[in-house]
Design a binder for this molecule. Structure first.
Ligand SMILES: Nc1ccn([C@@H]2O[C@H](COP(=O)(O)OP(=O)(O)OP(=O)(O)O)[C@@H](O)[C@H]2O)c(=O)n1
Ligand SMILES: C[C@](O)(CO)[C@H](O)COP(=O)(O)O
Length: 396
């Protein structure tokens, strides 16, 4: 028998209004969860299943640039398609995009559910041998009340008959495509695809869902999700500090926190002499006990001559990721009589956040003068200090 082709639609075109922004410019599906965007985690969860043959993400037109920044490299991932005003419309856009490929099966997944496990995906696929449709469910654990006005109870439901539906929901492609096309013509909004299958008279099987397969919906769901990735009891918080100084030399700009600032001199050093990123890199390395910047990038090595210091910082970030660590916050102080730093602070925080794949609200950059005292006061050089707080899995 020909192996089945199994496509996945990941609907990511929502605005995430209930999740709020928490000062973040990105909607929930692009926000970072322990250093990695939610949508990257959702897509990666399906790439981990070899049986999956194609994946298409359905995105909001305003998020095309943000989607393009996700680092995902797999030939099974098709170009994204644009979604619609409702989840139902977005799913239909994904089905239309897949129609020319005629997959046998399709799994439909919320981008906002980043924790689909291989076992869960396998259960849904296996159930499609016997049924037209399959979805993971969990028995409800609260007693469920029905109310007509939201203020007074009308009746209590029998919860033994009630189950909460999750995704991925699996279908035979042709059947769900035609059911969705018909559903589009009726004046009713369906909140999941299994409901459309039921309405179309298909047989819908329930398989066991998973408690951790949460849908990030409200602001507090982000910390719940981070605890799933890194349970509290298994982590410890480490602190690291860094210090660096570079003298001025003839030149016309200084690099500070990855930002080039015009000045009457440059900072002298083997690399771009970004004194602030050097201190920060040392703080991160210190927190994870990985030596210092000189251990990793010896000044005697010519390949680092003139190097951008973001490279050193990215390496420190990679070492944190390799140890499954999470940067909690970073704090940099620059001590300089000149140039003036304040106007550049947002750009500096953005460079650091982007280099490390963390959100900018975890980064602080501050500047102060040395009140004209000492070598800093005489404008002979700049000093920087930094501290880093990092959560690492506990090893003992
Ligand atoms: N027009 C829409 C609405 C929702 N979705 C997607 O459907 C999934 C489940 O929807 P929900 O969690 O409700 O996300 P939002 O609609 O973004 O959230 P909210 O209702 O709070 O705005 C999400 O991955 C969301 O991106 C979609 O693709 N197109
Ligand atoms: C599809 C779903 O996740 C199943 O529980 C849910 O219906 C999506 O609802 P939302 O309001 O669009 O989040």
């Amino acid at each position: 028998m020909r192996p089945k082709s199994i496509a996945v639609i990941i609907v990511a075109a929502g605005k995430g209004e209930r999740a709020g922004t928490d000062g973040n410019p990105d909607p929930k599906q692009y926000r970072l969860l322990a250093g990695k965007p939610v949508l990257s985690r959702t897509i990666t969860a399906f790439l981990a299943t070899d049986a999956v043959t194609q994946i298409v993400a359905v995105i909001h037109p305003d998020h095309a640039a943000r989607y393009g920044q996700l680092v995902l490299d797999d030939a099974r991932l098709l170009p994204p398609v644009l979604g619609a005003l409702t989840r139902q419309g977005s799913v239909l856009a994904g089905l239309k995009a897949l129609a020319p490929l005629r997959p046998d099966l399709v799994l439909i997944q919320d981008a906002a559910r980043p924790f689909a496990t291989p076992a869960l995906i396998a259960r849904v696929i296996a159930a499609l041998d016997q049924h037209d449709a399959a979805l993971p469910t969990l028995p409800v654990t609260d007693t469920i009340k029905r109310s007509r006005d939201g203020t007074r109870v009308a009746t209590t439901e029998d919860r033994r008959q009630l189950f909460a539906a999750q995704t991925p929901q699996g279908f035979r492609f042709g059947q769900i495509f035609s059911a969705h096309m018909r559903a589009e013509t009726v004046r009713r909004e369906f909140t999941d695809d299994a409901e459309i299958a039921e309405w179309a008279g298909l047989s819908v099987a329930m398989v066991e869902g998973e408690r951790n397969n949460l849908k990030i919906t409200h602001p507090e769901d982000f910390s719940r999700a981070e605890r799933i990735i890194m349970p509290d009891h298994g982590t410890e918080t480490r602190i690291g500090t860094g210090y660096d100084v570079h003298p001025f030399a003839p030149g016309d700009a200084v690099w500070l926190c990855g930002v080039k600032i015009p000045h009457k001199a440059k900072l002298q050093g083997h690399s771009d002499a970004d004194v602030a990123l050097h201190a920060l890199t040392d703080a991160i390395l210190g927190a994870i006990g990985e030596g210092d910047i000189g251990t990793h990038f010896p000044p005697s090595d010519d390949q680092w001559k003139g190097a951008a210091s973001t490279l050193f910082l990215a390496h420190a970030g990679e070492l944190v990721a390799r140890r499954k660590g999470r940067i909690v916050n970073l704090d940099v102080t620059i001590v300089a009589e000149a140039p003036r730093i304040a106007a550049h602070v947002p750009a500096m925080c953005a460079v650091i956040a982007e280099t490390l794949g963390i959100s900018a609200d975890r980064v602080a950059v501050k500047a102060t003068t040395n009140e004209k005292l000492g070598f800093i006061g005489r404008e002979e050089g700049i000093v920087s200090m930094a501290s880093a707080s990092i959560e690492l899995p506990r090893e003992d």
